[in-house]
Design a protein around this ligand. Structure first.
Ligand code: GZL
Length: 344
């Protein structure tokens, strides 16, 4: 085959330099973000194109939430999914949403890492005529028309459930009038799950003068941060009666720190442990009496979001907020079937 004379004459180093510059400029323009998408082929024309910006992969709950999305928005179900993992950064979510707008997707679905800072990009989606559905967490915007609906959990209720359980547990053990020293491990600062759970728990706590909140620290919903924060709290306080941790991953880290400090936990232990999420691993610890109670937060939201999209496609009116079904788990109701049926 006749070689192109032009290529033969241009020094290879120059071609390499041009290629390097092209790659770098493409990277700088965000062309190589980790937006995962399957190859779009012509017969996809009648599929509903959904752009999903997931906030990250910080916890077991998040992994299950992502799986729920990816198992729902499939070609077999009539969807074309464009998925982005923002790695906990709001600017990555904003970039992904702008990418979805430029690709003219049919729907944008996202789990906002924090509640604020979304007005501009949501206004751009509105002007592009692309409906936005919030999943899991919510946004704090004055103009509620910037999103169609939010499918997630009632975080305030989850926090309140934790408080009510503690009230009843103290009554059961005859300690309702004792001084109770409490430590609170909070999730990502400014996230609606952290804000809601904190609000709900304190609505109960403030009615008990004998409940002393020794410390309330952010631990980002991760196991590593949960351990680090709990280690520092254990060094400061010798008498801790209750740890309220706003997700199982932080609980796992806190349990490691408490164990290393020589104190005991759970139903028979010095420290009562209240967790949130209800992952399989944590429920096993509930069954074993290590975690006293786990307030479920259901990550299986993909199908709920798909139901909303189908309603919108058929012109039905949708509510501004949909809550997923959730339970409260103690050793009394964590049965073998609960554990065997749990997909996260
Ligand atoms: C709750 C979700 C929280 C989980 C954590 O809906 O936002 O984020 O409780 C996750 O496990 O990191």
């Amino acid at each position: 085959m006749k070689q192109s004379t032009r290529i033969n004459k241009i020094p290879v180093i120059f071609l390499a330099a041009v290629l390097f510059v092209m790659l770098m400029s493409g990277w700088a323009l965000g062309m190589f973000t980790d937006i995962e998408e399957e190859p779009y082929v012509s017969e996809d024309a009648d599929r509903i194109v959904v752009g999903v910006s997931q906030l990250g992969s910080e916890s077991m709950w998040r992994t299950a939430n992502t799986e729920s999305v990816q198992n729902t928005f499939t070609q077999q179900n009539g969807y074309f999914l464009i998925f982005n993992n923002a790695r906990q950064k709001q600017e990555n979510q904003i970039k992904a949403i702008r990418s979805f707008i430029s690709q003219r997707v049919d729907y944008i679905v996202f789990s906002p890492v924090v509640e604020t800072g979304w007005e501009t990009v949501l206004q751009e989606a509105k002007e592009a005529g692309i409906p936005v559905i919030l999943m899991d967490r919510n946004v704090d915007v004055k103009d509620k028309s910037l999103y169609v609906t939010c499918v997630g959990s009632d975080f305030v209720k989850e926090g309140e459930k934790a408080g009510r359980w503690l009230e009843n547990d103290l009554k059961r053990s005859g300690r309702q009038d004792s001084e109770i020293n409490i430590v609170l491990l909070k999730g990502t600062e400014g996230s609606s799950s952290q804000i809601g759970r904190t609000k709900g728990f304190f609505e109960v706590a403030q009615t008990h003068d004998n409940w002393n909140i020794l410390a309330q620290e952010y631990a980002d919903f991760t196991s590593a941060k949960g351990r680090e924060v709990m280690e520092s709290i254990l060094k400061k306080y010798s008498q801790i009666d209750v740890v309220v941790s706003q997700n199982d991953d932080m609980t796992f880290g806190a349990l490691e720190a408490i164990s290393e400090s020589g104190r005991s936990v759970g139903v028979e232990g010095d420290i009562t442990v209240i967790s949130v999420d209800g992952t399989h691993e944590a429920l096993s610890m509930v069954a074993d009496g290590i975690i006293n109670v786990d307030i479920e937060c259901n990550p299986n939201q993909g199908e709920y979001v798909s139901d909303v999209i189908r309603m919108l496609e058929s012109g039905e009116k949708v509510e501004k907020q949909y809550y997923v079904d959730e339970d409260v788990f103690t050793a009394d109701n964590v049965t073998e079937s609960v554990l065997s049926e749990r997909n996260y």
